[in-house]
Design a protein around this ligand. Structure first.
Ligand SMILES: *Cc1c(COP(=O)(O)O)cnc(C)c1O
Length: 353
Protein backbone atom coordinates (compact mmCIF):
# COMPACT_ATOMS: atom_id res chain seq x y z
CA UNK A 1 0.00 0.00 0.00
CA UNK A 2 1.25 3.42 -0.93
CA UNK A 3 0.83 6.27 1.50
CA UNK A 4 -0.41 9.39 -0.26
CA UNK A 5 0.73 12.78 0.90
CA UNK A 6 -0.95 16.15 0.65
CA UNK A 7 1.33 18.73 2.20
CA UNK A 8 -0.24 21.68 3.88
CA UNK A 9 0.62 25.14 2.61
CA UNK A 10 -0.10 26.90 5.89
CA UNK A 11 2.45 25.57 8.36
CA UNK A 12 1.90 26.60 11.96
CA UNK A 13 4.52 28.48 13.98
CA UNK A 14 6.54 26.16 16.26
CA UNK A 15 5.89 26.45 19.99
CA UNK A 16 8.53 27.56 22.53
CA UNK A 17 10.57 24.43 23.34
CA UNK A 18 10.92 25.49 26.94
CA UNK A 19 7.21 25.71 27.59
CA UNK A 20 5.66 22.74 25.80
CA UNK A 21 3.75 21.00 28.55
CA UNK A 22 2.18 17.68 27.56
CA UNK A 23 -0.13 17.19 24.58
CA UNK A 24 -0.96 20.85 24.04
CA UNK A 25 0.57 21.42 20.60
CA UNK A 26 0.13 19.37 17.44
CA UNK A 27 2.16 19.28 14.25
CA UNK A 28 1.03 20.30 10.75
CA UNK A 29 0.10 16.85 9.45
CA UNK A 30 -1.58 13.67 10.58
CA UNK A 31 -1.86 10.12 9.28
CA UNK A 32 -5.22 8.53 8.63
CA UNK A 33 -6.46 5.34 7.01
CA UNK A 34 -9.89 3.75 6.79
CA UNK A 35 -11.30 0.34 7.45
CA UNK A 36 -14.36 -1.13 5.78
CA UNK A 37 -15.33 -4.78 5.97
CA UNK A 38 -15.21 -5.26 2.18
CA UNK A 39 -11.92 -3.40 1.66
CA UNK A 40 -10.03 -4.02 4.89
CA UNK A 41 -7.60 -1.26 5.93
CA UNK A 42 -7.15 1.05 2.94
CA UNK A 43 -6.40 4.53 1.64
CA UNK A 44 -3.47 5.42 3.91
CA UNK A 45 -2.74 9.13 3.68
CA UNK A 46 -0.87 11.95 5.32
CA UNK A 47 -2.87 15.15 5.27
CA UNK A 48 -3.09 18.47 7.06
CA UNK A 49 -3.76 18.16 10.79
CA UNK A 50 -7.37 19.24 11.04
CA UNK A 51 -10.64 18.57 12.89
CA UNK A 52 -12.64 15.55 11.72
CA UNK A 53 -16.18 15.99 10.52
CA UNK A 54 -18.21 13.21 12.11
CA UNK A 55 -21.85 12.26 12.41
CA UNK A 56 -23.19 12.70 15.97
CA UNK A 57 -24.29 9.06 15.96
CA UNK A 58 -20.74 7.77 15.28
CA UNK A 59 -20.20 4.65 17.39
CA UNK A 60 -17.06 5.74 19.24
CA UNK A 61 -18.87 8.70 20.85
CA UNK A 62 -21.41 6.40 22.45
CA UNK A 63 -19.79 3.09 23.24
CA UNK A 64 -16.11 3.94 23.36
CA UNK A 65 -14.77 1.32 20.98
CA UNK A 66 -11.33 2.90 20.78
CA UNK A 67 -7.71 2.02 21.50
CA UNK A 68 -4.51 4.01 21.50
CA UNK A 69 -0.74 3.90 21.89
CA UNK A 70 1.90 6.34 23.07
CA UNK A 71 5.59 6.58 22.27
CA UNK A 72 8.30 9.19 21.92
CA UNK A 73 10.58 10.26 19.05
CA UNK A 74 13.90 11.99 19.67
CA UNK A 75 16.47 13.66 17.45
CA UNK A 76 20.10 12.87 18.26
CA UNK A 77 23.29 14.88 17.75
CA UNK A 78 23.70 13.52 14.20
CA UNK A 79 20.18 14.65 13.35
CA UNK A 80 18.86 11.08 13.22
CA UNK A 81 15.34 10.39 14.45
CA UNK A 82 15.10 7.79 17.21
CA UNK A 83 12.12 5.72 18.33
CA UNK A 84 12.25 3.59 21.48
CA UNK A 85 11.01 0.00 20.95
CA UNK A 86 8.18 1.08 18.59
CA UNK A 87 7.60 -2.49 17.37
CA UNK A 88 6.43 -3.26 20.92
CA UNK A 89 3.82 -0.51 20.69
CA UNK A 90 2.54 -1.89 17.38
CA UNK A 91 2.31 -5.40 18.84
CA UNK A 92 0.44 -4.09 21.88
CA UNK A 93 -1.89 -2.06 19.66
CA UNK A 94 -2.96 -5.29 18.00
CA UNK A 95 -3.44 -7.00 21.35
CA UNK A 96 -5.66 -4.08 22.40
CA UNK A 97 -7.50 -4.38 19.08
CA UNK A 98 -8.14 -8.04 19.72
CA UNK A 99 -9.67 -7.35 23.14
CA UNK A 100 -11.86 -4.53 21.78
CA UNK A 101 -13.04 -6.41 18.63
CA UNK A 102 -11.21 -3.98 16.36
CA UNK A 103 -9.67 -5.42 13.16
CA UNK A 104 -5.90 -5.85 13.40
CA UNK A 105 -3.53 -3.55 11.59
CA UNK A 106 -0.41 -4.60 9.69
CA UNK A 107 2.22 -3.78 12.34
CA UNK A 108 5.08 -3.27 9.89
CA UNK A 109 3.01 -1.05 7.67
CA UNK A 110 1.72 1.00 10.60
CA UNK A 111 5.27 1.57 11.82
CA UNK A 112 6.35 2.56 8.31
CA UNK A 113 3.52 5.09 8.19
CA UNK A 114 4.48 6.49 11.60
CA UNK A 115 8.10 6.89 10.51
CA UNK A 116 7.06 8.63 7.30
CA UNK A 117 4.85 11.05 9.25
CA UNK A 118 7.64 11.80 11.75
CA UNK A 119 10.11 12.37 8.91
CA UNK A 120 7.78 14.90 7.33
CA UNK A 121 7.41 16.62 10.70
CA UNK A 122 11.04 16.25 11.77
CA UNK A 123 11.36 20.03 12.27
CA UNK A 124 8.83 19.64 15.06
CA UNK A 125 11.04 17.32 17.13
CA UNK A 126 12.22 19.47 20.02
CA UNK A 127 15.80 19.08 21.23
CA UNK A 128 15.83 20.91 24.59
CA UNK A 129 16.66 18.53 27.47
CA UNK A 130 13.70 16.38 28.52
CA UNK A 131 11.66 17.20 25.41
CA UNK A 132 10.51 14.84 22.66
CA UNK A 133 7.90 14.39 19.95
CA UNK A 134 5.07 12.34 21.44
CA UNK A 135 3.47 9.94 18.95
CA UNK A 136 -0.17 9.07 19.48
CA UNK A 137 -1.56 6.33 17.23
CA UNK A 138 -5.24 5.51 17.83
CA UNK A 139 -8.15 3.64 16.32
CA UNK A 140 -11.81 4.61 16.60
CA UNK A 141 -15.07 2.98 15.53
CA UNK A 142 -16.77 5.12 12.87
CA UNK A 143 -20.02 3.28 12.17
CA UNK A 144 -22.93 5.68 11.94
CA UNK A 145 -25.44 3.84 14.10
CA UNK A 146 -26.54 3.50 17.71
CA UNK A 147 -26.56 -0.28 17.57
CA UNK A 148 -24.28 -1.93 20.13
CA UNK A 149 -21.96 -4.26 18.20
CA UNK A 150 -18.40 -4.29 16.94
CA UNK A 151 -18.22 -1.61 14.27
CA UNK A 152 -17.71 -2.33 10.57
CA UNK A 153 -15.84 0.90 9.94
CA UNK A 154 -12.82 2.46 11.66
CA UNK A 155 -10.18 5.15 11.40
CA UNK A 156 -6.57 4.43 12.27
CA UNK A 157 -4.89 7.75 12.91
CA UNK A 158 -1.56 9.08 14.12
CA UNK A 159 -1.04 12.55 15.54
CA UNK A 160 2.20 14.08 16.85
CA UNK A 161 2.75 16.45 19.73
CA UNK A 162 6.01 18.10 20.80
CA UNK A 163 6.15 17.65 24.58
CA UNK A 164 8.25 18.88 27.47
CA UNK A 165 9.37 16.89 30.45
CA UNK A 166 6.24 15.29 31.92
CA UNK A 167 6.72 17.01 35.25
CA UNK A 168 7.51 20.68 34.77
CA UNK A 169 9.45 20.76 38.08
CA UNK A 170 11.77 17.92 36.98
CA UNK A 171 11.69 14.43 38.41
CA UNK A 172 10.50 15.06 41.92
CA UNK A 173 8.89 12.35 44.02
CA UNK A 174 5.10 12.31 43.87
CA UNK A 175 2.58 11.65 46.63
CA UNK A 176 0.26 8.70 46.19
CA UNK A 177 -3.18 7.91 47.56
CA UNK A 178 -3.98 4.19 47.82
CA UNK A 179 -7.53 4.05 46.47
CA UNK A 180 -9.65 1.84 48.74
CA UNK A 181 -12.91 1.85 46.77
CA UNK A 182 -12.64 2.54 43.05
CA UNK A 183 -10.79 0.06 40.86
CA UNK A 184 -9.24 0.54 37.42
CA UNK A 185 -9.58 -2.97 36.08
CA UNK A 186 -10.90 -6.40 36.93
CA UNK A 187 -10.03 -9.92 35.94
CA UNK A 188 -11.63 -10.59 32.57
CA UNK A 189 -11.93 -6.84 31.91
CA UNK A 190 -9.99 -4.48 29.67
CA UNK A 191 -7.16 -3.33 31.97
CA UNK A 192 -4.44 -4.96 29.88
CA UNK A 193 -5.62 -3.13 26.75
CA UNK A 194 -4.92 0.54 26.05
CA UNK A 195 -8.65 1.07 25.64
CA UNK A 196 -10.03 4.61 25.88
CA UNK A 197 -12.75 3.72 28.38
CA UNK A 198 -10.25 2.57 31.00
CA UNK A 199 -9.14 6.15 31.44
CA UNK A 200 -12.65 7.62 31.60
CA UNK A 201 -13.41 5.18 34.41
CA UNK A 202 -10.30 6.11 36.36
CA UNK A 203 -10.83 9.88 36.47
CA UNK A 204 -13.03 9.92 39.56
CA UNK A 205 -10.36 8.31 41.71
CA UNK A 206 -7.74 10.71 40.36
CA UNK A 207 -10.05 13.59 41.23
CA UNK A 208 -10.58 12.22 44.74
CA UNK A 209 -6.83 11.81 45.30
CA UNK A 210 -6.23 15.39 44.12
CA UNK A 211 -8.88 16.69 46.53
CA UNK A 212 -7.04 14.91 49.34
CA UNK A 213 -3.80 16.56 48.27
CA UNK A 214 -2.19 13.59 46.49
CA UNK A 215 -0.98 13.68 42.92
CA UNK A 216 -1.70 10.08 41.83
CA UNK A 217 -3.71 7.00 42.72
CA UNK A 218 -2.32 3.61 43.63
CA UNK A 219 -4.70 1.04 42.18
CA UNK A 220 -5.53 -2.17 43.99
CA UNK A 221 -6.90 -5.34 42.43
CA UNK A 222 -10.59 -5.30 41.56
CA UNK A 223 -11.52 -8.46 43.43
CA UNK A 224 -10.15 -8.07 46.95
CA UNK A 225 -8.75 -4.53 46.81
CA UNK A 226 -5.69 -5.94 48.48
CA UNK A 227 -2.98 -6.37 45.88
CA UNK A 228 -1.14 -3.52 44.19
CA UNK A 229 -1.64 -3.22 40.43
CA UNK A 230 -0.57 0.15 39.03
CA UNK A 231 -0.01 3.78 39.93
CA UNK A 232 -1.97 6.36 37.92
CA UNK A 233 -1.46 5.27 34.30
CA UNK A 234 1.93 3.75 35.10
CA UNK A 235 3.35 0.43 36.18
CA UNK A 236 4.95 0.38 39.60
CA UNK A 237 8.12 -1.00 41.24
CA UNK A 238 9.15 -1.26 44.88
CA UNK A 239 12.65 -1.79 46.20
CA UNK A 240 12.25 -3.95 49.31
CA UNK A 241 15.55 -4.92 50.92
CA UNK A 242 17.37 -4.57 47.62
CA UNK A 243 14.95 -6.75 45.67
CA UNK A 244 12.79 -5.01 43.07
CA UNK A 245 9.17 -6.13 43.07
CA UNK A 246 6.57 -5.31 40.42
CA UNK A 247 3.04 -6.73 40.18
CA UNK A 248 2.86 -9.67 37.78
CA UNK A 249 0.93 -9.21 34.55
CA UNK A 250 -2.59 -10.48 34.38
CA UNK A 251 -5.43 -9.09 32.35
CA UNK A 252 -5.87 -6.21 34.80
CA UNK A 253 -2.36 -4.76 34.48
CA UNK A 254 -1.19 -2.88 31.39
CA UNK A 255 1.99 -4.53 30.06
CA UNK A 256 4.13 -1.42 29.92
CA UNK A 257 7.10 -1.24 27.57
CA UNK A 258 8.91 0.89 30.14
CA UNK A 259 8.15 -1.80 32.74
CA UNK A 260 9.67 -4.44 30.49
CA UNK A 261 12.71 -2.21 29.87
CA UNK A 262 13.21 -1.65 33.61
CA UNK A 263 13.09 -5.42 34.26
CA UNK A 264 15.63 -6.03 31.47
CA UNK A 265 17.97 -3.33 32.80
CA UNK A 266 17.80 -4.61 36.39
CA UNK A 267 18.55 -8.16 35.26
CA UNK A 268 21.52 -6.94 33.21
CA UNK A 269 22.83 -5.16 36.31
CA UNK A 270 22.49 -8.30 38.39
CA UNK A 271 19.86 -6.72 40.63
CA UNK A 272 17.17 -9.17 41.77
CA UNK A 273 13.77 -8.38 40.24
CA UNK A 274 10.56 -10.36 40.69
CA UNK A 275 7.12 -10.13 39.18
CA UNK A 276 4.64 -11.20 41.82
CA UNK A 277 1.55 -10.31 43.78
CA UNK A 278 2.30 -7.70 46.44
CA UNK A 279 -0.35 -6.65 48.93
CA UNK A 280 -0.46 -3.09 50.21
CA UNK A 281 -0.36 -4.60 53.70
CA UNK A 282 2.96 -6.31 52.93
CA UNK A 283 4.26 -3.03 51.53
CA UNK A 284 3.37 -1.02 54.64
CA UNK A 285 4.80 -3.76 56.84
CA UNK A 286 8.06 -3.64 54.86
CA UNK A 287 8.13 0.11 55.44
CA UNK A 288 7.51 -0.32 59.19
CA UNK A 289 10.46 -2.71 59.31
CA UNK A 290 12.64 -0.23 57.47
CA UNK A 291 12.88 -2.45 54.37
CA UNK A 292 11.09 -0.24 51.83
CA UNK A 293 13.99 1.53 50.16
CA UNK A 294 12.51 2.97 46.97
CA UNK A 295 9.28 3.11 44.99
CA UNK A 296 8.58 4.43 41.52
CA UNK A 297 6.06 4.42 38.71
CA UNK A 298 7.10 3.99 35.09
CA UNK A 299 5.58 4.69 31.69
CA UNK A 300 6.41 6.39 28.41
CA UNK A 301 5.16 9.85 29.35
CA UNK A 302 7.07 10.36 32.61
CA UNK A 303 9.59 7.52 32.03
CA UNK A 304 10.25 7.14 35.78
CA UNK A 305 8.26 8.82 38.51
CA UNK A 306 9.64 8.37 42.03
CA UNK A 307 7.13 7.90 44.82
CA UNK A 308 7.84 10.02 47.90
CA UNK A 309 4.71 9.47 49.97
CA UNK A 310 1.94 6.88 50.26
CA UNK A 311 -1.38 7.17 52.08
CA UNK A 312 -3.41 4.11 53.03
CA UNK A 313 -6.22 3.83 55.58
CA UNK A 314 -5.32 7.12 57.23
CA UNK A 315 -1.64 6.21 57.53
CA UNK A 316 0.92 8.21 55.60
CA UNK A 317 4.40 6.89 55.00
CA UNK A 318 7.45 8.55 53.47
CA UNK A 319 9.63 6.63 51.03
CA UNK A 320 13.36 7.34 50.57
CA UNK A 321 12.99 10.38 52.84
CA UNK A 322 10.76 11.95 50.18
CA UNK A 323 13.72 12.04 47.80
CA UNK A 324 14.52 10.18 44.59
CA UNK A 325 16.21 6.82 45.27
CA UNK A 326 19.66 5.98 43.96
CA UNK A 327 18.54 3.07 41.82
CA UNK A 328 15.47 5.00 40.64
CA UNK A 329 17.77 7.76 39.41
CA UNK A 330 20.09 5.25 37.71
CA UNK A 331 17.18 3.65 35.85
CA UNK A 332 15.86 7.05 34.77
CA UNK A 333 19.26 8.20 33.57
CA UNK A 334 19.87 4.97 31.65
CA UNK A 335 16.52 4.81 29.86
CA UNK A 336 16.47 8.50 28.93
CA UNK A 337 20.16 8.23 27.93
CA UNK A 338 19.46 5.31 25.58
CA UNK A 339 16.42 7.09 24.16
CA UNK A 340 18.26 10.31 23.38
CA UNK A 341 21.49 8.63 22.25
CA UNK A 342 23.73 9.72 25.13
CA UNK A 343 24.13 6.12 26.30
CA UNK A 344 24.94 3.16 24.08
CA UNK A 345 21.91 1.09 23.13
CA UNK A 346 23.24 -2.35 24.05
CA UNK A 347 19.78 -3.96 23.90
CA UNK A 348 18.94 -2.87 20.35
CA UNK A 349 15.92 -0.93 21.62
CA UNK A 350 16.23 2.15 19.41
CA UNK A 351 15.16 2.33 15.77
CA UNK A 352 17.04 5.10 13.97
CA UNK A 353 15.99 6.61 10.66
C1 LIG B 1 0.46 3.17 28.79
C2 LIG B 1 0.27 2.70 30.18
C3 LIG B 1 1.32 2.23 30.98
C4 LIG B 1 2.76 2.33 30.58
O1 LIG B 1 3.06 1.70 29.39
P1 LIG B 1 4.38 2.14 28.57
O2 LIG B 1 4.40 1.21 27.43
O3 LIG B 1 5.51 1.96 29.49
O4 LIG B 1 4.17 3.55 28.19
C5 LIG B 1 1.02 1.70 32.23
N1 LIG B 1 -0.24 1.65 32.69
C6 LIG B 1 -1.29 2.12 31.97
C7 LIG B 1 -2.65 2.03 32.53
C8 LIG B 1 -1.05 2.66 30.70
O5 LIG B 1 -2.07 3.13 30.00
Amino acid sequence: MKISLVKTTDAKPKPDENNLGFGRFFTDHMFIMDYEVEKGWHDPRIVQYAPLKMDPSTAVFHYGQAVFEGMKAFKDKEGKIRLFRPEQNMARLNRSNERMCIPKIDENFALKAIKKLIEIESDWIPTAPGTSLYVRPFIIATDITLGVHPAHNYYFMVILSPVGAYYAEGINPVSIYVEPHYVRAVRGGTGHAKAAGNYAGSLIAQQKAAQKGYSQVLWLDGLERKYIEEVGAMNVFFNISGELITPDLGDSVLPGITRDSVITLLKSWGIPVVERRLSVEELFKAHAEGKLIEAFGCGTAAVISPIGKLEWQGQEIEVTGGKIGELTQRIYDTITGIQSGKIEDEFGWVQKF
